[in-house]
Ligand binder design. Structure first.
Ligand SMILES: C[S@@+](CC[C@H](N)C(=O)[O-])C[C@H]1O[C@@H](n2cnc3c(N)ncnc32)[C@H](O)[C@@H]1O
Length: 165
């Protein structure tokens, strides 16, 4: 008999984005203004965002306690909390949200697409990229989602692009 073992929900929560990929992503989007890395882990993104604010639960700074106004929220979020991280980013009215995550964890999930609409955000760009070798390899395509507030239905934007590295 085959036994199906459910994956541990928080098993992927502590995977660090390699520095070379953080640099590529920051160079690609050139964020400026008030920036936060809301789940900084070992701080690899922060090496390229010297003035950014950060949160990290293991250092006593919970993103869900953060209420500041930010031009950019940039992270590879904890896998088991992607939806909550998205919702909190919408709730604090982030002007730009960049989340490194599998494509299927937003656009393929009805509840998350409903959240996007409910909070009046839109997908500006889906930047596809190869799964870094440091990540757990699955068959799912990785990307950086760039989400922005929706100003008017007529302005709806969606760009599909690819980061070569
Ligand atoms: C997938 S790791 C990514 C770390 C880093 N963002 C990077 O890209 O290298 C996610 C991190 O989120 C942290 N975390 C989980 N829940 C959090 C919360 N509520 N507030 C802040 N950090 C949290 C975890 O401790 C972990 O270090």
């Amino acid at each position: 008999m085959t036994r199906i073992i459910a994956p541990k929900k928080s098993g992927n929560d502590n995977i660090q984005t390699p520095e070379y990929l953080c640099k590529k992503i920051i160079d690609y989007f050139s964020p400026s203004g008030k920036i936060i890395e809301p789940a900084c882990g070992m701080g690899n993104f922060l090496k390229f965002l010297p003035n950014a604010k950060w949160c990290e639960i293991s250092k006593g700074k919970d993103f869900f306690d953060e209420s500041g106004l930010f031009d950019w929220v940039i992270t590879n979020p904890p896998f088991s909390k992607i939806r909550k991280f998205l919702i909190h980013s919408y709730e604090i009215n982030a002007k730009n949200i960049l989340f490194l995550m599998p494509v299927n964890h937003l656009i393929a999930l009805r509840a998350r697409m409903r959240d996007l609409k409910k909070y009046n955000y839109q997908i500006k760009e889906i930047l596809l990229l190869e799964t870094p070798k440091e990540f757990i390899v699955t068959g799912f395509q990785y990307c950086v989602y760039h989400l922005v507030p929706l100003k008017s239905e007529k302005e709806t934007l969606l760009k599909l692009s690819e980061l070569i590295y």
